[in-house]
Design a protein around this ligand. Structure first.
Ligand SMILES: Cc1cc2nc3c(=O)[nH]c(=O)nc-3n(C[C@H](O)[C@H](O)[C@H](O)COP(=O)(O)OP(=O)(O)OC[C@H]3O[C@@H](n4cnc5c(N)ncnc54)[C@H](O)[C@@H]3O)c2cc1C
Length: 281
């Protein structure tokens, strides 16, 4: 007997419908496209791979016609197919691939939002977002199945306190996580922003205490504070990878949180492009 299993990830050809500045260093880009009817996600920290054109190209170059090769589970695992073909293209031709987070999905009309940090000096993705206009074309590698491996926020059922910590790149994920949590869920969140004007109201039904901190100060703040009372905490940490590692160490060594109950993801690394970060493992 064979069972039909839906492929968890696929390509979506999308275009920009509008952009909106959310603060001094954050821009929301809303995308639409016929393909979005096949897009399904449980949200939270759903990560996506975006393929962007270089300046002067009218569409991102990805040889999708080469198919999936040996695997369809994720970009990094697909041997052969489009992945191999894309890697073999010249640097200035092949689309820029960068990881971003689904901030929100809407139906009728189908749209998704992605919030981009505009950093200086800008990398190709940040620069693209800064000049994005309605009609600009992108390719997305994203989920066709709502419950998928690119959602990392997975608190165990017995969790009695959720700890969240992120910088501006993790703000979209934290906003979506908070929006997904039920009433009564205890949450303590620390958000680092470069500019106090980036702080804003985050909608949630959870019992959440949120602190907005100046960039780079979270570890000092946590060192001066005890772990909020909890028997079975779960922690989620994302942002610049050096600070993510230092905070994970603090949660595990100083606060005694079981390392299996700490999810941590380096979203970027100071001085490295995303290609270099991926190559460094
Ligand atoms: C799973 C996942 C989800 C992510 N979600 C988001 C998201 O929703 N929104 C978002 O904005 N980012 C998100 N990021 C981070 C984003 O992918 C990186 O910031 C990426 O490096 C940006 O690409 P770039 O082309 O602008 O810069 P790159 O070419 O990759 O880097 C160029 C230079 O800029 C520096 N740099 C990169 N990012 C920053 C930054 N934020 N601040 C200061 N300097 C930086 C690098 O160190 C490097 O020196 C996510 C990353 C991951 C892994």
């Amino acid at each position: 007997m064979t069972t039909a299993v839906a492929a968890p990830f696929r390509f979506f050809a999308l275009h920009v419908v509008r952009t909106r500045r959310l603060g001094p260093s954050l821009v929301r880009v809303s995308f639409a496209g016929e393909d979005l009817r096949h897009f399904f996600s449980d949200g939270r920290d759903q990560s996506l791979s975006l393929f962007l054109p270089h300046p002067g190209q009218d569409a991102p170059v990805v040889p999708v016609e080469l198919g999936w090769g040996s695997s369809r589970s994720s970009a990094a695992e697909s041997g052969g197919g489009w992945w191999q073909g894309w890697r073999e293209l010249p640097d200035d031709v092949r689309a820029v691939m960068r990881s971003y987070t689904l901030r929100e999905m809407r139906r009728d009309p189908d749209e998704i939002d992605v919030d981009f940090v505009l950093h200086t000096p800008a990398g190709p993705a940040s620069a693209w977002a800064g000049r994005a206009r309605a009609g600009d074309r992108v390719l997305l590698l994203g989920p066709a199945v709502a419950d998928n491996r690119a959602i990392r926020f997975q608190p165990p059922d017995d969790t009695d306190l959720v700890l969240l910590r992120g910088d501006e790149t993790a703000l979209p994920a934290i906003a979506s996580i908070l929006a997904s949590l039920p009433a009564g869920r205890r949450v303590r969140a620390w958000l680092e922003v470069r500019d106090a004007r980036s702080a804003r109201h985050l909608a949630t039904a959870a019992d959440a205490e949120i602190s907005w901190l100046t960039d780079g100060t979270c570890l000092d703040v946590l060192r001066a504070a005890p772990l909020p009372p909890a028997e079975r905490p779960y922690a989620w940490i994302a942002g610049e990878s050096g600070s993510v590692k230092a905070l994970r160490r603090h949660f595990v060594r100083e606060w005694g949180i079981d390392r299996r109950r700490v999810t941590f993801v380096g979203y970027w690394r100071q001085g490295m492009t995303e290609e270099q970060l991926r190559a460094a493992g």
